[in-house]
Write a protein that binds this ligand. Structure first.
Ligand code: 4NP
Length: 169
């Protein structure tokens, strides 16, 4: 039987080809490893439409695959206002994503679901995940480290908050 714990995660960045699809892939792997796939669904979107329909950036895929994370089959999509209703937890990668996401919340219904991803980063520092798109390979490695440790923290918190340990299989 299909279960739905109602936990629907959405990661948001600008292009949906680097940071947020990586967070989606990393979180999906962690959720699968802990046997929680029936309880937590995961998705990502970009505030911009330029890359809609494209696979993730080759440089991000490379760094991910070197660390055992597959981004195969992912395709970019643009964030829609209806996504704010549909998802239960929305994590944005930087302050401009925060602005653009909240801007879609026309009736001020869903702001409580939206927060900066790095608010949950266990390593104190900047609140934003730097955009690696126009930089060198080091930027993608840096993003991977931030995303990996922050996704682990988010999942630990969800497991505690929703008592999911008793449900994993
Ligand atoms: P992302 O990176 O927001 O992490 O997917 C970017 C991808 C594309 C662009 C900017 C950032 N762009 O300007 O096309």
């Amino acid at each position: 039987m299909e279960h739905d714990a109602g936990i629907r995660l959405l990661f948001v960045c600008l292009g949906n080809i680097c940071r947020s699809p990586l967070a989606e892939a990393v979180m999906r792997r962690m959720v699968n490893e802990r046997g929680l796939a029936e309880w937590i669904s995961i998705d990502s979107a970009g505030t911009g439409a330029w890359h809609a329909g494209e696979p993730p950036d080759q440089r991000m895929r490379q760094v991910a695959s070197e660390r055992g994370v597959s981004m195969d089959g992912q395709r970019a999509s643009q964030l829609q206002a209806s996504d704010l209703d549909r998802y239960t937890h929305i994590f944005v990668m930087d302050k401009s994503n925060l602005h653009d996401t909240l801007y879609l919340d026309i009736e001020d219904r869903n702001g409580h679901k939206v927060r900066l991803f790095r608010e949950l980063d266990p390593v104190p520092g900047d609140y934003q995940v730097p955009d690696p798109y126009y930089g060198g390979p080091g930027g993608f490695e840096n993003v991977f480290g931030i995303v990996e440790r922050t996704c682990a923290e988010i999942l630990d918190r969800l497991v505690r908050e929703y008592s999911l340990d008793s449900k994993s299989k």
